[in-house]
Design a protein around this ligand. Sequence first.
Ligand code: PLP
Length: 390
Amino acid sequence: MAENKVIYFDNNATTRIAPEVFEAMTPYLTEYYGNPSSIHHFGGQVMEKVDEAKASLAALLGADPANVIFTSCGTESDNAAIFSALLNCPKRKKIVVSKVEHPAVLSLAKELERRGCKVSQIPVDSNGVLDMNAARELIDDETAIVSVMWANNETGNIQDVELLAEIAHKNGALFHTDAVQAVGKIPINLKNSAIDMLSLSGHKLHGPKGIGALYVKRGVRFRPYIIGGHQENGRRAGTENVASIIGLGKAAELALNNIEKENTFVASLRDKLEKTILETIPRVRVNGDIAHRLPNTTNISFEYIEGESILMLLDMFGICASSGSACTTGSLEPSHVLRAMGIPYTCAHGAIRFSFSRYNTMEEVDFVLEKLPPVIARLREISPYWEENK
Ligand code: PLP
């Protein structure tokens, strides 16, 4: 393998645009620049394409296109869902989220708490599985909305969102799921689902960045988050991001055709990497619910070393992965997800997420398996903790 090639095992951060997506988008950045809201045919033909893209995205979700709203990203969709629920039900001031949500939900919940809402966080066990008994206790008749992610971005854990929706409904609350990491990676069928609202993002499924969508179940009242023109039937104002919408539609179509491949080929890459690491490198552990996770994700802790150091050395070989830590104010804090799981600090600090896509190859896995063990050995040689604990 050429040493200057980028090996991109960070597909939960973002994905490359599929060539077919790029091709579908290009004419709408150049030739067909009409405004979809225009009366004339030049704009009208663009609107037809926007509608087609919505139909493709709805097909991936098993939803009616009328229930899908284009937004600017996953974060906007999450915000729009939660604000809508709070506006709809002013008497209920409580929101229930999980401890392992993405900041798109968790930081919003914290901000809403500052603004007077009550926020409860459902805990998870050591595998990151949601504590359903705690969920039953925390969700009550003060709750306006329960928002729990379908799949976790760090561990890939898949949560039982249908059961949570049921619990929410029993208490008269709405249920929203951040499915940004799930859509395109696992089959989703909202046809008979109890889920009221679902967020997704284009750049996680080989579509462009800066485009997302929110599904709102028929019958659920939606209060717009962005107010202005009449676009999206008054549910999301602003001239449509046409090229990106068309790109997302194409990405959805490709995902629908590739889900099986994702579940077998992509999982085979992940499993080979994970199994070999576990067999050949001492003091490593896989974080998460191994039996219920996305086929493309593994989160592995290398004890007694820093994830950031591993990433920097891997980067020198062109290998891109991600660590579970966030660098805050100069100190390296382990990720809130791993902390919520009670993973010991010595493990949480050395956590690396490898996330794959259909564009990765077994050759790339072999390359990483050749480069990684000496990187770990080298870092452990200079780690005082390793010396004390090995
Ligand atoms: N939710 C989850 C689970 C994510 O992984 C991300 C992105 O990493 C987001 C929300 C935010 O999506 P976007 O980047 O489209 O705003």
